[in-house]
Design a protein around this ligand. Structure first.
Ligand SMILES: NC(=O)c1ccc[n+]([C@@H]2O[C@H](COP(=O)([O-])OP(=O)(O)OC[C@H]3O[C@@H](n4cnc5c(N)ncnc54)[C@H](OP(=O)(O)O)[C@@H]3O)[C@@H](O)[C@H]2O)c1
Length: 291
């Protein structure tokens, strides 16, 4: 049996692929572009082109020699529609997939928008036909500072922007998310649950700025924006109006309100057997990015 990894060369998927390769488990990566530099089986896939969905399963069988038994389901950054997720899950079930691990978010409850709809659908299929599932609900990623949207402004302006105000976030490393994804995809026993995935330290973004300044030796500041200002920044960065408003709304609604800082979970330790990485350790490992 093989594993289908959506989310291509993205932050968690690239690490899930590495763990599968290290464990010699057959898998294929679904990516918008197939690259010679990727040392794994790949298949071209775009959430916005439904004709690419069935080809993934055919490619997996042709390239790994085995049918897909489990899927790591990652929605694109500018979000999918709930219908796209549901269509994909239906196709996976038709293709005899036994297990789906969905990457959602701490801010999205079962039945909530997009991934929340996918979450609800997986639970329904688990109850009706015994589909095995896990839903991963991580908080904001540490790597947003080293390999995503905060990186260019830190490098170019010595600043990063949010609508989080003085709320705290238990930032998590994508290494820990990938480790939980790997276990829930490959454990003989299905988990059939949701996991809230949190890092060990709750920090305000002013405290994050102080840590990044200390480890890089450069002054880095957190610029506090209103929800409306942050929405306009996301739109200027190329996100759709709806998604931009959703992201800024999560920063203001979940973090600035204090809710995210009240979350607790020992899921990373429970599933992987090791504690999640702290932000200071992450910052030390990545200080070359900001120095
Ligand atoms: N960043 C956070 O703090 C955070 C927190 C909680 C949850 N999440 C969730 O985690 C997921 C990943 O977010 P991320 O920010 O970490 O991004 P990411 O995984 O670094 O990137 C997403 C990947 O998805 C693939 N992709 C993008 N558009 C696609 C499309 N139209 N069709 C097929 N594949 C597509 C791309 O892979 P290729 O380039 O190889 O095509 C891209 O690298 C999202 O669903 C997000 O909502 C993120």
């Amino acid at each position: 049996m093989s594993i289908l990894v959506l989310g291509g060369r993205g932050k968690t998927s690239s690490r899930v692929s590495r763990l599968l390769a290290q464990a010699n488990i057959p898998f294929i990566v679904a990516s918008r572009t197939v690259s010679d530099k990727v040392p794994y089986h790949q298949s071209q896939f775009d959430w916005n082109d439904k004709t690419t969905y069935p080809k993934l399963f055919a490619d997996a069988k042709a390239k790994t020699g085995k049918p897909v038994s489990a899927v790591y389901l990652v929605a694109s950054m500018d979000p999918n529609t709930p219908e796209q997720l549901k269509d994909f899950i239906d196709l996976a079930v038709k293709e005899n997939v036994k297990r789906i691990v969905l990457l959602s978010a701490s801010t999205i409850e079962k039945g909530g928008p997009v991934m929340g709809q996918g979450h609800e659908y997986l639970v329904k299929l688990h109850e009706e036909i015994g589909l095995e599932y896990t839903v991963l609900r991580p908080t904001w990623f540490q790597e947003n500072f080293s390999a995503a949207y905060h990186t260019p402004t830190i490098r170019n302006e010595g600043k990063f922007y949010s609508a989080m105000q003085d709320g705290t976030v238990p930032l998590i490393s994508v290494e820990d998310i990938a480790a939980v994804a790997f276990r829930t995809l490959t454990d003989p026993r299905p988990h059939n649950t949701e996991y809230l995935l949190l890092g060990p330290t709750k920090l305000t973004y002013d405290e994050v700025a102080k840590i990044l300044s200390d480890v890089s030796g450069k002054p880095i500041t957190h610029v506090k924006l209103t929800q409306e200002e942050q929405t306009r920044r996301w739109i200027a960065a190329g996100l759709s109006e709806e998604f931009a408003a959703g992201l800024a709304g999560m920063e203001a609604g979940a973090v600035a309100s204090g809710r995210e800082g009240q979350l607790t979970s020992d899921a990373v330790l429970k599933v992987t057997g090791r504690p999640p990485k702290g932000f200071y350790e992450f910052a030390l490992e990545n200080r070359h990015v900001w120095a």
